[in-house]
Design a protein around this ligand. Sequence first.
Ligand SMILES: [Zn+2]
Length: 285
Amino acid sequence: MRLKRQKTYKRYMGVYQHSFGFREPYQIIVDGNFIKVAQNSRLDYKSMLQETVVGKTRIMTTNCVVNELRTLGEDFMGAALAAKRLEKRRCPHGGNPVNAAECIKEIIGDTNQFNYCVATQDLTLRDYLRRIPGIPLIYINRSVMILEPPSPATTNKVKEIEHNKTIPTNYENTIIQKNTETPDEAPKSKKRKGPKQPNPLSCKKKKVNPAQQNQNKKKKNEEEKEKEEENIEVEKPKKRRRRRNKKKNNAGNSNEENNNNTNENENENEDDNDNDNDNIKRFVI
Ligand SMILES: [Zn+2]
């Protein structure tokens, strides 16, 4: 079987499964014509039926079908023997066998309660069964087994079933009525445990106008300048003190030197430099 055809047949059987409750193994009622055509075409109809319905099968026939094949003469003896070996589905006719088509119609009934598939070459029987929703119909055409697409009656029934699924049941209606009569009280506002304001780290910064930004920058620059000036003013007196100290030291040294050499007082600046150098040397030592 072609893959594409198998896919379509699987889809068809899916419709019967979901909407009508068909389950494996699928029960297939076979009539005499179908068996005869299969034998003439030398088809292994049992395995082909499994491929057609894409699943396990339970092939069966009725006593009425076997009796009909026996009455048709020697040409149908092979078909009669094959039908006899199949599983028999009990029919209400018992000792008074009827036409095979009539027998199958009675077994199917109005609703196909027991989920039977029907494999038949009888056109009138198939036409009749198409009017009843939920019956997969199988026939052989030029040694190819074909599963008919779901009939209009079946598709309409499927739509109806799907629509009924959306309608609330009696139990659901009672619940709806209760809820409408006594509406629930307004839910109490729960206390928030976390911080009242959003986490500032997770928020975007507020946008500031460019004019305001410039003003703020200017202010900052001015403040920084003022601070720097203050620092300089604060630092200056320290330098003076150092210089004064240095001068004092120099003066002390110069006095000592004055005692030794009075000529050196004339060039104080030079002495200062020398003393500075001496001080640096001392620190180094
Ligand atoms: Zn019967």
